[in-house]
Design a protein around this ligand. Sequence first.
Ligand code: C2E
Ligand code: CA
Ligand code: CA
Ligand code: CA
Length: 279
Amino acid sequence: AKAEGRNGFQCYTRDMGLQALQRVELQSALRLAVEHDQFELHYQPQVAPESGRIVAVEALLRWRHPVLGNVSPDRFIPLAEETGLIAPIGRWVLRSAGRQLQAWHAAGHTRLVMAVNLSARQFITQDIPQLVRETLELCGLPPQALELELTETALMHNAESVHATLSTLKAIGVLLALDDFGTGYSSLNHLRRFPIDTIKIDKSFTAEIATSDDTAAIVRAIVEMAGSLGVEIVAEGVEHEQQLRLLAALHCHRVQGYHIGRPMPAAELAPLLGVPDEP
Ligand code: C2E
Ligand code: CA
Ligand code: CA
Ligand code: CA
């Protein structure tokens, strides 16, 4: 809380100092996290509403530090971006997710798709297409098994080189998803300019779909638009049965959220994958 009066300034600077200290501490801890094996991927199911089958999973990064405990990605991903550490972390994420998908494909879930988050900074500092090619080859995966989730921030920065990168990724054959759709400044513009396969409707829309007629109308319009563009729709943040029913009625392709399944370790997700696909 904001302190008042004569001591206000003091309190303020002390808080700032504390924050800066935590940042520095967090930053040096983050530097060691890959080597010290402190990262883990959790997987959250994306389900086709009609069949109830898991058609894709989103890989979500978890950092367990021995002293700091579990640090939320919302805290350490921005820090990793600022410091450039996102490059080695991103490489670890893609490879680990690739190896896990390879195992699930080998177990007969050959149509399962793995969605991996990429952050804005990775597009500038890393040769993403090369990294993707290496991962697919290393894991013997077909390109359409991998879906890369991008945010609008990633597309905004350096639009020209990003466009070239996305075209290369498209040529490789991986799927491109636009994350947090509807929250940015120019979602529609991005949809028009970039070769997007999938739209992820932001969870702030899902949260209101059952309680606000306006939000429901917007979601319906997004789904219809996606249909005419030949783009798949994923709704994220599904927390209630009512939301699920509405999204199913709109023929949303995939639903994701706590109501369907939380992000979980691979061993917990495996039994939920159901019977293997027909060969
Ligand atoms: P995101 O990509 O938008 O991921 C969705 C977030 O919503 C995840 O938080 C997920 O656990 C959470 N979530 C899932 N279902 C529900 C629900 O029903 N209700 C609510 N309220 N939340 C739900 P998480 O795992 O804490 O990740 C936060 C953000 O960190 C992600 O947002 C993504 O931007 C970033 N992130 C996570 N893993 C990675 C990664 O490997 N690489 C990069 N670059 N970013 C990552
Ligand atoms: Ca995501
Ligand atoms: Ca999202
Ligand atoms: Ca987000």
